[in-house]
Design a protein around this ligand. Structure first.
Ligand code: ADP
Ligand code: G6P
Length: 471
């Protein structure tokens, strides 16, 4: 077994086995912030990525991808149902997102979560060189740091949570809250998107485990676990370069033409997830059409909503409701050849996404709760001529970094409508000044700055950063 000095552990691998029927393998990013963040970072780094390749059955042997080793962890059908769809995505995901949908609790799901976390810890222990740095990602694997430390005390272990970490009142609902906290505290550094999340975690460590805790450090046995906020980002330069490519500019022009050359294009790009505020946004749009504030032909909405976690009941219900509403709006307000909403559920490659960002005069990113939201950052990075208005939910992590966006509360329907109108009617100077400030921020705070900041805190001697080409 080949071993690595840097091992990233995430539930999902950046590719799945279906990508390469002929053996030729490429990075194919699954839609989702975690893969989007880590992909540009690790490319050409001699690291191992431990994760699940999608599907069930024996683990497929995947080839190295751009110099990164893929180490597959298999999931059975029971694991898929009880760990991934169950505990991860029907207990933790809704609970961590303000319980906007009701979290479910089942003992069988918890058993599967423990079992799968143990499997990930063992797979990681196998591929980690002595003294390696391990970077465990996200809510599917909160027990891995503790389990791995028991197997391999020589490792330097980091954990990063891409989603919000909830306030104590919500977290306390979890029947196995103490075990989850103890699992995360197996790490040397626990990173969150926002300072408030680190504060929530410290409060819980003190309350549930009676540990001495501040918002920066928690004492556990004879160790000190550091905690902090490390807001994740994107490869800003890569997105800007993509958006300026002549073929992407041509594609954007073509898209505008195909959309009927409207005065204004509004774009939304989401995974089909109930945290993303799709229904509220569609309702606001329908009311603006009904009130006559927005007219089809002058303005079009392009809604990209790629299906996600499709076997989970709450996601199936959401999709049905969204599609019914899109149909209703198009039926009521569209004309032949002129739909009010262009609704697309396909995954797109990065160039097509960049062309869509270029064509959008207004980008509507209005989640009810979101750890960060990289789509908002991708849009800003793509607006290289400082045009375009970003309508952004106050409840996305990105809002703390991009206060120049047109900020809205997506729970407030009137506020959402007003926000959309303000973004549509804003003058060029205002839009330009806001976009310039946001682009300058993302230029400094890109994915490489994120990795530098996290890994230099985790790996005090700094050798890892040099190897990553990030130092
Ligand atoms: P989440 O992680 O909850 O899905 P983010 O906005 O942080 O939300 O990240 C979503 C990522 O998935 C972005 O990088 C975005 O470009 C990508 N993405 C979203 N929709 C699609 C799609 N239809 N095709 C390809 N990539 C997509
Ligand atoms: C969010 C989560 C990621 C996850 C992604 C896509 O970004 O934080 O961990 O990979 O959504 O979801 P999926 O269930 O398809 O992996």
């Amino acid at each position: 077994m080949r071993q690595s000095s840097l091992v990233v552990v995430a539930n999902r691998l950046p590719i799945d086995d279906s990508v390469a029927p002929d053996g030729a393998c490429e990075w194919r990013r699954s839609p989702g912030g975690l893969v989007s963040a880590l992909h540009p970072l690790l490319r050409h780094t001699p690291a191992t990525w431990v994760g699940w390749a999608g599907g069930t059955g024996p683990a497929p042997a995947l080839p190295d991808v751009d110099g990164v080793r893929m180490h597959t962890v298999p999931l059975t059908l029971d694991d898929l149902r009880d760990h991934y769809e169950g505990f991860a995505n029907a207990t933790l995901w809704p609970l961590y997102h303000d319980a906007v949908e009701q979290p479910e609790h089942h003992r069988r799901w918890w058993e599967a979560y423990q079992r799968v976390n143990q499997r990930f810890a063992e797979a990681t222990a196998e591929v980690a060189e002595a003294g390696a740095v391990i970077w465990v990602q996200d809510y599917h694997l909160q027990l891995v740091p503790g389990l791995l430390r028991a197997l391999r005390p020589d490792l330097r272990i980091g954990f990063f949570l891409h989603v919000p970490f909830p306030p104590p009142e919500l977290f306390m609902q979890l029947p196995r809250r103490a075990e989850l906290l103890r699992g995360m505290l197996g790490a040397d550094l626990v990173g969150f998107q926002r300072a408030q999340a680190a504060h929530n975690f410290a409060q819980l460590a003190a309350k549930v485990l009676q540990l001495p805790a501040t918002d920066r450090r928690i004492a556990v046995d004879d160790r000190v676990v550091r905690i902090g906020a490390f807001p994740v980002s994107i490869d800003t330069a890569e997105m800007a370069a993509l958006a300026t490519r002549p073929d992407v500019a041509d594609r954007a022009r073509r898209l505008r033409h195909d959309l009927g050359s409207p005065d204004q294009v509004i774009l939304s790009v989401d995974r089909m997830d109930y945290t993303k505020g799709l229904e509220q946004r569609l309702q606001a749009y329908r009311e603006l059409l009904a009130d006559g504030h927005v007219k089809v032909r002058d303005t079009v909405l392009v809604q990209v909503a790629v299906p996600s976690r499709e076997r989970v009941g709450q996601y199936q219900i959401l999709r049905e409701r969204v599609e019914r509403e899109v149909g209703r709006i198009n039926g009521e307000f569209g004309r032949v050849g002129e739909p009010a909403i262009h609704y697309l559920t396909q995954p797109f490659d990065r160039a097509e996404l960049a062309a869509l960002y270029r064509v959008a005069d207004v980008m509507a990113v209005t989640p009810l709760r979101d750890g960060m939201n990289l789509v908002a950052k991708e849009y800003v990075a793509a607006r290289v001529d400082d045009t375009g208005a970003l309508l952004l939910s106050e409840f996305a992590g990105a809002a703390a970094e991009l206060p120049q966006a047109y900020l809205v509360n997506p729970h407030d329907l009137e506020g959402l409508k007003q926000g959309l109108l303000s973004a549509l009617r804003a003058n060029r100077e205002d839009v330009g000044a806001r976009m310039r400030a946001m682009r300058a921020h993302l230029h400094r705070h890109d994915i490489h700055a994120w990795a530098r900041s996290y890994l230099s805190t985790l790996d005090e001697n700094g050798s890892l950063l040099t190897r990553l080409g990030t130092g």
